[in-house]
Design a protein around this ligand. Structure first.
Ligand SMILES: *[C@@H]1O[C@H](CO)[C@@H](O)[C@H](O)[C@H]1NC(C)=O
Length: 401
């Protein structure tokens, strides 16, 4: 790269002087020089690539050659996912090797910051880099990953998700459900004059994030940066009113699930108001659903919980989201987008083996399948009252009260 730049400069320099020079002999010499530079460049480029570039720092080299656990601990992903991510960022020209810091090291610096609540000094010592180098690469990698978010955050698939199809208690009732929408509160750091609007109901400074996710734990839409005091439903309305947000709207007949803080509108189904909704309200033998509305709310909540699971994996992987880091607010906002993009990337590349997604998959069943007496009772409920399918249809028509 550097060599190529040298050559380009040489070329620019001489081609400039060529136009102003009227001495033919000198011009010929210059052309020779340029041609030599060209050949030299090619001879370098066509050489076989060195296995490990000389500038990779020993710390990272040891880490990538060492035990899997160490790599997960520092980089928050497995080695092959890390290499693929670095390759993509380099391949798309979003990051470049610098003479002293390879793309891999830049990405590792970023990941070690977002993956731990550590002081920059610790990162500095680990990578043996100056504070300036660390923060410069942190910012360039953040920008690069953020710019990949359009690619990593995809609209939900059109067909009914297998997580629903394969669950008797959900299928066919929720066959047209494409995802879940909810607001996430992320601790924020703000200067004193901005604090009041960012205080949520509990008085904690937060940014409110509107997020949508699918049943395979991937984010499909993220809109961070709202003041913690703003209501979730207002954010959703703002997003829907702004075509620039490119929110993946539900096609006709399809819908997202939203919780009690939102209202039922076309494409968004909330639980029945005034009925039990939270799962703890249903715990215990005597507290099982008593009518079809109850049953609907219970299933609705089971499904909606997927958002909490995605979010919990996201925060466990990237603890920076829990720590209200002292970065400018726009950086705190971009961090949400970048970490969600990485979350999706890891799910797609390594969904089965990734240790965090794998733990999440252990309790992956959205709801337990009914059996015996319980199943009979539920079936009776369904016949007694309207079925969940009809309830969903009612909601779609806005007929619920
Ligand atoms: C903080 O307040 C200043 C002045 O009122 C405003 O320009 C700025 O956008 C605010 N920052 C945030 C993150 O809201």
């Amino acid at each position: 790269m550097t060599l190529w730049n040298c050559f380009c400069y040489l070329w620019l320099y001489f081609s400039d002087s060529c136009t102003s020079s009227d001495d033919f002999d000198i011009e010929l010499d210059e052309m020779e020089l340029v041609a030599t530079g060209y050949l030299f460049y090619y001879s370098r480029v066509n050489r076989p690539q060195r296995k490990s570039p000389p500038t990779i720092c020993t710390y990272l080299k040891d880490l990538l050659e060492g035990p899997v656990e160490d790599c997960r601990d520092l980089l928050r992903m497995d080695k092959h996912v890390f290499h693929k991510l670095s390759e993509i960022l380099r391949g798309k020209g979003l990051l470049r090797d610098t003479p002293s810091v390879l793309v891999e090291e830049q990405v590792a610096i970023f990941l070690s910051i977002v993956g731990h609540n550590q002081r920059i000094r610790v990162v500095q010592e680990r990578f043996q880099r100056s504070c300036e180098t660390i923060s410069r690469h942190f910012n360039t990698v953040l920008k690069a990953v953020k710019s990949l978010s359009c690619e990593f955050l995809q609209p939900p698939p059109l067909e009914t998700p297998p997580e629903i199809v394969n669950t008797k208690r959900l299928y066919p009732y929720f066959k047209d459900c494409i995802g879940v929408i909810d607001g996430l509160q992320i601790p924020a750091h703000l200067p004193a004059n901005n604090q009041s609007r960012f205080q949520n109901k509990k008085g904690i400074l937060t940014q409110n994030v509107l997020a949508a996710c699918t049943f395979d734990l991937q984010f499909i839409f993220v809109y961070p940066g709202w003041e913690g005091s703003v209501e979730d439903s207002r954010i959703l309305r703002a997003v829907l009113d702004d075509p620039n947000q490119n929110f993946p709207q539900a096609l006709k007949g399809k819908y997202y699930l939203v919780d009690r803080d939102y209202t039922n509108t076309e494409g968004f189904i909330a639980p029945y108001p005034g009925k039990r909704y939270c799962l703890h309200e249903f715990r215990g033998a005597s507290k099982m659903p008593k009518n079809a509305h109850d049953l609907f709310n219970h299933r609705h909540n089971c499904l909606s919980n997927i958002m909490q699971r995605s979010f919990s994996i996201l925060k466990t992987r990237f603890p920076i989201l829990k720590s209200a880091p002292q970065y400018p607010f726009h950086v705190q906002r971009d961090l949400v987008i970048a970490t969600c993009a990485l979350h999706n990337f890891i799910k797609r590349e390594d969904g089965i083996h990734d240790w965090l997604f794998a733990t999440g998959a252990e309790d992956a069943a959205l709801v337990e399948e009914p059996c015996g007496k319980e199943e009979e009772e539920e079936l009776q409920l369904l016949h007694l009252d309207s079925t969940p399918v009809e309830l969903v249809a009612d909601s779609l028509c806005g007929m619920t009260s």
